[in-house]
Design a protein around this ligand. Structure first.
Ligand code: G16
Length: 544
C-alpha cells in the first residue's frame, strides 16, 4: 500500500466559490498549497459512498494538467476507488456532467474559468459537481468555503504523473485511474436526443453552417459530431484545436469576442447557421443569416419548438430561467400550459427542479441553455437542438424568429457589462439602489414610471432553501424593466451587469433596432443608479 502523506497547511483567504466554483488568476492558484487546500476542503466535506468514483477533467487551459495530476494523487490519498479522467485532461463541462451521471460517480472536479481568458497571467478555476452531475448547491459550496478557512492539512501520495494522453487504466496506489475518450459518451448521448437523420438530410441537400470553437474545449466535440456524424463539410468547425491560452482570445461566445462570426453571418457569404461555444463548452451563441438570436429568445424559441426533437416529444413539464433572463420563455410556458420558474443566476439553481422532474428545459441570458439530459448548461446541445428544429421545420433562423415574435410578441433585450470596475464603486452603486428600494415605486425616470422595485430573493420549491440578494429589479409601468447585478464569475475588481428589457406585443414593431427600443430603459438605469458616477465609465465594455 502506497503511503499517504499528510502535508500541514494554513488557510488561504478568499477561497469562496462564486457563481460557478472558485475562479482566480493562475498566479494565485500557483501558490504552494493553494489548489491543494481547496481540493482537500472539497474532499473533506462532500458526501461520498464506499469506494467512490471521481470524475476529473477541464477545458484544457494553462495549468489544467498540473492540477489534474495533483488531484489524482490527492484522490488516491482520500479514499477514492476510481478516477475517470478525460484524455489529455479534457472534458467539456456538459460532458463531465454526463460522465458523472452515466458512470454513477459520487461527483467530479471540473477545472475551468469558463469564458475567461487563459494563460500564465490569466484565469483558472476549480468547481465541484455532485452526483446528479450538476454544480454543487449553495449548502455544499458554503461548507467547502467554511472548511477552507479552518483547514490544517491536505493528503497526497508520492507517485509520478500518469500518462494522460493514452486511453486505458493504471493503478495509482490502490486507486484505478481510467483515461477515457472525452467525446464518445457525449456524442452518443446527442445522437439519442436528436433527429440526426433529419439533420443529415438537410446537410446533404446544401444546408451550411460555421461553428467557432474559439480554440477552446468544444473543438473535438464539434468536429466529431458536426463533421463526423452529421456530414457537414470539413472546415465547418473553425478554431477547433483547444489551446492553453485560447489563442490569446476571450473564449466568450458573444458579439464582441465572436465578432468574426457575427460579421460573416451579417454579410453576403453567410452560411445558414453560425454558432459558437465558450472555454468549457457550456455556453452557446446562435446567429442565423442576418439574424442574431439573444440567449433569452433562444430559450423561448427552443421551448416552443421542442416537439421537433425525438427525446423531448410529449414530455415538456416546465421551463426555468434565471431572473435576469427575459420573460420571453414565460409567454411560451403560458401558451403551452406548463409552469415557468424564475431562479437566481447560476445553473446550480436549476438542479433541484430538473431532478424533481418539474422542468425539462432551462436557460439563462448569459448564453446558457440546457435540459434534463445533464445537469449543466450545454453549448453544443443548444446548437444541435436548433439544427434539429430548422431541419424538421424546413425554415431559416430568421423566419423562425419572426414567426415566434408574431405569435408571442418580442422581448427586446440587452445586457450592458461594465467590466473590472472599482469594487468599492460597484458596491456603493448597489448599496445606493438598495437604499432607494422603499421609495422607488411611483418615481418618474424620463419616460418611465417605476411600478415596483425589489432585491430578488428565491425560495427553492423543492428543498425550501432561501437565496437572498440576487439582484435589484426595477419594474416599470407597461412591463419593461431594468435589473442590476454584480457578476459572480470575475477575477479582477467587480463587473456590473445591467439587464434591459422592453416587451412589444404582436401588434407592435417587431423588427426594430434593439438599442432604440431600449433607449428609455438605458436612460432610466443611469438615472436611478448613477453608473457613470460610481464606476467612472460612460459606456459599457460589452453589450450583448
Ligand atoms: C456561470 C454559471 C451560470 C451563470 C453565469 C453568470 O457561467 O454557470 O449559470 O449564468 O456564471 O455569471 P455572472 O455571475 O458573471 O453573471 P459560466 O459559463 O461562467 O460557468
Amino acid at each position: 500500500m502506497t503511503q499517504v502523506r499528510t502535508v500541514p497547511t494554513t488557510p488561504f483567504e478568499g477561497q469562496k466559490p462564486g457563481t460557478s466554483g472558485l475562479r482566480k488568476k493562475v498566479r494565485v492558484f500557483q501558490q504552494s498549497g493553494y489548489a491543494e487546500n481547496f481540493i482537500q476542503s472539497v474532499f473533506d466535506v462532500v458526501e461520498r459512498p464506499e469506494a467512490p468514483t471521481l470524475v476529473l477533467g477541464g477545458d484544457g487551459r494553462f495549468y489544467n494538467r498540473t492540477v489534474i495530476q495533483q488531484a489524482i494523487r490527492m484522490a488516491a490519498a482520500n479514499g477514492y476507488a476510481r478516477v475517470l479522467v478525460g484524455q489529455g485532461g479534457i472534458l467539456s463541462t456538459p460532458a463531465a456532467s454526463n460522465v458523472i451521471r452515466k458512470y454513477k460517480a459520487s461527483g467530479g472536479l471540473i477545472l475551468s474559468a469558463s469564458h475567461n481568458p487563459g494563460g500564465p497571467d490569466e484565469d483558472f478555476g476549480i468547481k465541484y459537481n455532485i452526483a446528479n452531475g450538476g454544480p454543487a448547491p449553495e449548502a455544499v459550496t458554503e461548507a467547502i468555503y467554511a472548511r477552507t478557512t479552518a483547514i490544517d492539512a491536505w493528503r497526497t501520495i508520492d507517485t509520478p504523473d500518469i500518462d494522460l494522453d493514452t486511453l486505458g487504466s493504471v493503478l495509482v496506489g490502490t486507486m484505478t485511474v481510467e483515461v477515457i475518450d472525452p467525446v464518445a459518451d457525449y456524442a452518443d448521448l446527442m445522437e439519442e436526443l436528436f433527429d440526426f437523420a433529419a439533420i443529415r438530410a438537410v446537410v446533404a441537400s446544401g444546408f451550411t453552417m460555421r461553428f467557432d470553437a474559439m480554440s477552446a474545449v468544444t473543438g473535438p466535440y464539434a468536429s466529431a459530431i458536426l463533421e463526423g456524424r452529421l456530414g457537414f463539410a470539413e472546415g465547418t468547425v473553425v478554431n477547433g484545436q483547444p489551446l492553453e491560452d485560447f489563442g490569446g482570445h476571450h473564449p466568450d461566445p458573444n458579439l464582441i469576442h465572436a465578432k468574426d462570426l457575427y460579421d460573416l453571418m451579417m454579410g453576403p457569404d453567410a452560411p445558414d447557421l453560425g454558432a459558437a461555444s465558450d472555454g468549457d463548452g457550456d455556453r452557446n451563441l446562435i446567429i442565423g443569416r442576418g439574424r442574431f438570436i439573444t440567449p433569452s429568445d433562444s430559450l423561448a424559441m427552443l421551448a416552443a419548438n421542442i416537439e421537433c426533437a425525438p427525446a423531448y416529444r410529449g414530455r415538456l413539464t416546465g421551463i426555468a430561467r434565471s431572473m435576469p433572463t427575459s420573460a420571453a420563455a414565460d409567454r411560451v410556458a403560458q401558451a403551452l400550459g406548463v409552469p415557468c420558474f424564475e431562479t437566481p443566476t447560476g445553473w446550480k439553481f436549476f438542479g433541484n427542479l430538473l431532478d424533481a422532474g418539474m422542468v425539462t428545459i432551462c436557460g439563462e441570458e448569459s448564453a446558457g441553455t440546457g435540459s434534463d439530459h445533464v445537469r449543466e448548461k450545454d453549448g453544443l446541445w443548444a446548437v444541435l437542438l436548433w439544427l434539429n428544429i430548422l431541419a424538421v421545420r424546413g425554415i431559416s433562423v430568421d423566419q423562425l424568429a419572426k414567426e415566434h415574435w408574431a405569435r408571442f410578441g418580442r422581448n427586446y433585450y440587452a445586457r450592458h457589462d461594465y467590466e473590472a470596475v472599482n469594487k468599492e464603486g460597484a458596491d456603493a452603486l448597489m448599496a445606493g439602489l438598495v437604499a432607494q428600494l422603499p421609495t422607488l415605486a411611483g418615481t418618474v425616470l424620463g419616460d418611465l414610471t417605476v411600478a415596483a422595485a425589489d432585491s430578488f430573493a428565491y425560495t427553492d420549491p423543492v428543498d425550501g432553501s432561501v437565496s437572498a440578494n440576487q439582484g435589484i429589479r426595477v419594474l416599470f409601468e407597461g412591463g419593461s424593466r431594468v435589473v442590476f447585478r454584480l457578476s459572480g464569475t470575475g477575477t479582477a475588481g467587480a463587473t456590473l451587469r445591467v439587464y434591459l428589457e422592453n416587451f412589444v406585443p404582436p401588434s407592435g414593431d417587431l423588427d426594430a433596432d434593439t438599442s432604440a427600443m431600449l433607449a428609455a430603459q438605458i436612460a432610466a438605469a443611469e438615472a436611478v443608479a448613477g453608473i457613470a458616477g460610481h464606476t467612472g465609465r460612460t459606456a459599457p465594455d460589452v453589450i450583448t
